[in-house]
Design a protein around this ligand. Structure first.
Ligand code: ZN
Length: 636
């Protein structure tokens, strides 16, 4: 075993090397006595030495390497040689296992107690040590000590108990209590794993030969395949019991919700079941009730936009809409806006389907069409409850829109969401839904459009030189030459699970309805409205806000082009039913509309395609030109 012992006490060594002064050491020791913290931590806390300096110093003194966890390729099989509870307690991690030699990374190798405890626990191995930052260690635990092994073990155990008997076994106990307990343990592990990686949804999908458990993390599904198909009925049964569903009904979809305490967090789970060919598929949405206060600042909204939005929602009446596709973060933004208005002096009522987060002091009403409680019906009642602010989960039909608009004209601030592509389309959609232009013109104050783009992983992102067609496309979008900004691309490393991205950030556009826009709405002139909106000085389309993030190195050009793609794609959807799959066979001679429909849509793919081929053919050029043209139309 490597001898991990400093020649002198850490403080004396640091003073001896002239890194800190005697006086600083004295102060730190005094502080240490009252805080009980370790000396190293106290010194960095007092700012006498940086964490980097301290770790480099310890690395030299102890002659052990200083490692960067993100750049290591760590095998989870090695990690579990040291049980999680000990790893966390002693701030240690097995980063390498070769034959009988384990490399243990420690955030404080000067902590002799920790070194001794680990040496005892792993006495069967030869140990080598290394030093790592504590800040890297903590997220690594969440990532590496996954529940995958537990899940597989429980699944195996359950499979044995639930495999259909080949021969009839008269002694087989169907209501086996131990089996029940294994189901619970299995599900617990699944939930723990999901919470640990910050998943928003859990999908349980039975297939003919496998059970797929997929977790949605940062908007993308991650798959875990188990071979134990026979356990599905027991799992589904248990989940249905938890959600209070009818367990005898297996042919119809059902939905319900329940609450769980996972890793000390209160998680609200919305569950939906659906019969599929090999059983029932279950999807659960995880809503973390402890995830903190909703704040506009944490949505990614730029400060100037927050300021303008605050001014708008604080007016005594009017309607403010948030728009975007499912999963674009609309609800979070809406709750953040609502939380700002949530004061004792204001009466707030929400009408939601379903109620996602529970907020103090606010009356939240759940839509329930089965008993006639639809949006319109509840809304009418709400207006008689003397609210100052009303939140309508979604504007789904003409009646809801009209009641909402009238409410907004009669002294209420009405907040709601609509499912459209951008802010301009959103205002026009109200008209398409049958609301009279004079109502919209008078009541609508502003529309916020929103998307989420993935954030590049800071550990592995690498600089990216624009290809000529990316450059061309981006300049067209920005309507301005690009200066020599530095862009980054995704790579993939351990800390981002080899996706290249970690977390997401909101991209916003805010359209304030000016008098001129209001007039155009009153006259029900879509063209005039659009022209006025594009002229308005604060209006900045979503794609450009995403480009700003790319310029700051927060996201990649790929994400920007993907967003541009979605924004233009949806516009086309309503006009054409030509499938995207057809575009390879689309010939140059197809009509103009067909060209723009099929070709304008998939910008990112075309740009990549163009960069690949040497002999750019006419068709490809046409695609790119159309892509850019459609951006010009929809954009700025
Ligand atoms: Zn990474």
């Amino acid at each position: 075993m490597a001898q991990l012992k400093l020649k002198q006490r850490l403080g004396d060594l640091l003073v001896g090397e002239g890194i800190i002064s005697d006086e600083q050491l004295g102060l730190a020791l005094k502080e240490q006595r009252s805080s009980g913290r370790k000396l190293g931590a106290t010194l960095t806390h007092l700012g006498f030495i940086t964490e980097e300096q301290l770790l480099n110093f310890l690395s030299q003194q102890l002659d052990i390497p200083f490692l960067n966890i993100a750049t290591l390729s760590i095998d989870p099989q090695s990690v579990i040689k040291l049980p999680e509870v000990h790893a966390r307690r002693h701030r240690a991690l097995v980063v390498k296992a070769e034959h009988d030699v384990l490399t243990i990374a420690l955030s404080d190798p000067a902590d002799l107690n920790a070194v001794e405890a680990i040496s005892n626990l792993l006495s069967a191995y030869q140990l080598e040590f290394a030093i790592v930052r504590e800040s890297e260690l903590l997220p690594a635990y969440d990532r590496l000590y996954r529940r995958t092994k537990d899940i597989e073990a429980f699944a195996g155990q359950l499979e044995d108990e639930h495999r259909p008997a080949q021969e009839f076994d008269i002694f087989r106990d169907v209501d086996d209590a131990s089996s029940e307990a294994t189901v619970v343990k299995f599900l617990n592990s699944v939930f723990e794993d999901a919470v640990q990686v910050g998943a928003s949804d859990i999908h349980i999908e039975p297939d003919e030969k496998a059970l797929r458990i997929r977790l949605r993390v940062d908007g993308v599904l991650q798959e875990n395949i188990l071979n134990e198909v026979a356990i599905v009925p027991a799992l589904v049964l248990r989940l249905k019991l938890m959600a209070g569903l009818d367990i005898s009904e297996k042919r119809l979809p059902q939905d319900g919700r329940f609450n769980l305490k996972v890793r000390n967090q209160s998680i609200d789970i919305r569950m939906s079941t659906m019969p599929v060919q090999f059983g029932e598929s279950v999807v659960m949405r995880l809503l973390n009730q402890d995830s903190g206060i909703f704040q506009l600042e944490s949505t990614g909204m730029p400060a100037d936009l927050i300021k303008r939005l605050r001014g708008l929602i604080r007016r005594p009446h009017g309607m403010v809409l948030v728009t975007g596709p499912t999963g674009s973060g609309k609800t979070t933004s809406l709750y953040a806006a609502l939380s700002e208005l949530n004061e004792p002096g204001k009466k707030i009522i929400t009408v939601e389907d379903p109620v996602e987060y529970r907020l103090p002091r606010i009356s939240q009403v759940q839509v329930n069409p089965k008993i006639g409680l639809d949006f319109a019906h509840i809304l009418r009642t709400c207006l008689r409850q003397d609210p100052d602010i009303l939140l309508v989960g979604e504007m789904r039909d003409k009646e809801t829109v009209e009641i909402g608009l009238r409410g907004a004209l009669t002294g209420h601030m009405v907040l709601s969401t609509l499912h459209t592509n951008d802010a301009i389309t959103c205002a026009l959609r109200l008209m398409d839904m049958g609301a009279p232009g004079y109502l919209i013109g008078a009541a609508l104050r502003a529309v916020v459009a929103q998307r989420l783009v993935r954030k590049l992983c800071n550990q592995c992102k690498s600089s990216h030189d624009l290809t000529s067609s990316e450059h061309y496309c981006l300049e067209k979008m920005a309507k301005a030459p690009l200066s020599d900004e530095q862009f980054y691309r995704s790579v993939g490393c351990q800390s981002c699970n080899y996706t290249g991205y970690r977390g997401r950030i909101g991209v916003f556009e805010l359209l304030e309805i000016t008098d001129a826009m209001g007039d155009a709405l009153r006259r029900e002139s879509a063209a005039e409205f659009e022209a006025e909106a594009r002229k308005s000085k604060h209006y900045r389309p979503l794609v450009l806000s995403a480009l700003d993030f790319a310029k700051q190195g927060l996201t990649s050009i790929e994400e920007v082009l993907k967003l541009a793609d979605e924004v233009t794609l949806d516009d086309r959807n309503s006009e054409s039913d030509i499938s995207m799959d057809n575009h390879h066979s689309a010939s140059v001679s197809v009509s103009d509309t067909a060209v723009s429909n099929t070709l304008g849509a998939n910008i990112a793919a075309h740009v990549r395609e163009l960069d690949k081929v040497d002999n750019v053919d006419v068709e490809n050029i046409l695609r790119l030109v159309e892509a850019v043209r459609s951006l010009d139309r929809s954009g700025q």
